[in-house]
Structures are given as structure tokens and as C-alpha cells.
Design a protein around this ligand. Sequence first.
Ligand code: NAD
Length: 255
Amino acid sequence: MAGILDGKKIVVMGVANKKSIAWGCVQALMDQGAQVILTYQNDRMKRSLDKLLSDVDLQMFECDVAEDANVEKTFTAIHESVGNIDGVIHAIAYADKDTLEGGVKNVKKDGFNLAQDVSAYSFISVSRYASAIMNEGGSILTLTYIGAVRAIPNYNMMGVAKAALEAEVRYLAAELGKKQNIRVNAISAGAIKTLAVTGIKHHGDLLKMSEGFTVNGKSVTPMDVGKSASFLLSDLASGVTGDIIYVDNGVHLIV
Ligand code: NAD
């Protein structure tokens, strides 16, 4: 059966392990026929990916987004290896524990800068270097959370970074749509127990609260997110850009 991503080359950034949202995206994209190219942060993540990919052969490139030079080098290497690409998923965020736990009032400049740098600025950098090697009509996607637009308990500084990220989606969509017909969107995912979430104080309460607000009592899974990501990366979403699409089983209807 033909997939909606047949013939598309899509870079997925941010698989840490099998619980990662990015891993759900990889599986859904492959189900729809995409050629997936992965990037990983460091050697530790590569070892984890090697285990996950024992029976799948995907190309992988190192990319710590903390430096623009790394991002540029990675997309140049991807271009040399596979040619032009059709899409990118940016599933990357980080804030140190002290910055997350102290509440927004107590955030120090260093912690603020690090969280914004990795969780929000990196999306600009990735969009810049990815769009340089992208076919016309390409699609760029990032991951956000409802804590960008609501004061979710303990989400703190990450909510501030996600608010910046969501603004970037709109500005980049306007710029890249005009010049290259590239679409830029975000999925606002419901809470899912991943490595990143365990950095949030009382994350068990957050996960429980989120599940309680779903319309059907069930948290979304990485695969649920991946299926919507497949649509947004495909030509079926040709008219969708600059949008924040909620994939949260209805949490945003109530919170
Ligand atoms: P995860 O821990 O599986 O993934 C986070 C990824 O970010 C990891 O692969 C890590 O290597 C990468 N990363 C961190 N710093 C990096 C750097 N300097 N360079 C390159 N990569 C770096 O967690 P996840 O929950 O799957 O997170 C993926 C995205 O989804 C994040 O943007 C997160 O904020 C977002 N999100 C998560 C949830 C949730 O409840 N889990 C909800 C909404 C949005």
C-alpha cells in the first residue's frame, strides 16, 4: 500500500531511547514510506540508538545543537550523503534541574540562557541549515507543550522556552513559506513519560493531572504524536503552516 511519505527524506532529531517522542515519529514515518535519517546528541545517545536500530538500517549523524557550527556541519554531511531532504522533526529540549525546580522568579541568567538556547534557539539554527538543503514544498516540525500558553505547575522555565519556540514557528513559517514554500509547524503533545519529563519536579503528578484532563482517560503515546507528525510532513498538509496542532487527547479543551 502506498504511504503518504513515499519518496520523502526526513531528518529526525532527538531520539534518546524507545520512550522518546522522536522514536514514535521514526516508526510512524517509516510506516508511511519515508526514508528516515537520524541525528543524536552525543556518544551516549548513539549507543542507545545502536541498540534500538539493531534490525533497521538508518543513517545517523552526530549533532549537539548547542553550537551552530555543529548544526551546519551535520546538515552539510546529510546533504553530501543523501542529497536534498523533504522534512525535519526537531524533538529537542533541555533545562538544568536547578533552573526547572526553582520556579520562574528564581531563574538565573545562565540557566535561562541554556534553556532558551537548546530548547528554542536551536529550532532557528536547525531551520536555517535544514532549509538550505530542502526541496521546495518541504516541512519542518517541532514539539511543544501546553505549558507555553498556560502556567502548568512545575513546568516553569520550560514553559517560557516553549513560548519562544511557538513564536518562532509563526515567524519562520512566514519567512520560509514566502521564499521556498517550506511549511513550519509544531505539535503540542500531551504529557508522556519520557527521559525529558523526569527532569520536571513532581512529574508523576503532572502526568496524572494531564491524563485526568484527557477526554478518554488515556494519555497520548509517542506513536499518536508520530502519526500526526507524518500528516504534517506529508503533502496532505500542504495548506497547514505556522500552526500549533494539539495532539493531547483533548487536554487543551479543559486546561
Ligand atoms: P527525550 O528525553 O526522549 O528527548 C529529548 C531529546 O533532546 C533527547 O534525545 C536529547 O538527546 C535531546 N537533546 C537535549 N539537549 C540536546 C542538545 N544540546 N543537542 C542535541 N540534542 C539534545 O524526551 P521527549 O519528551 O521525547 O522530548 C522531545 C520533545 O518533545 C522535547 O522538545 C519536549 O519538550 C517535547 N515534549 C515532550 C512532552 C512530554 O510529555 N514528554 C510533551 C510535549 C512536548
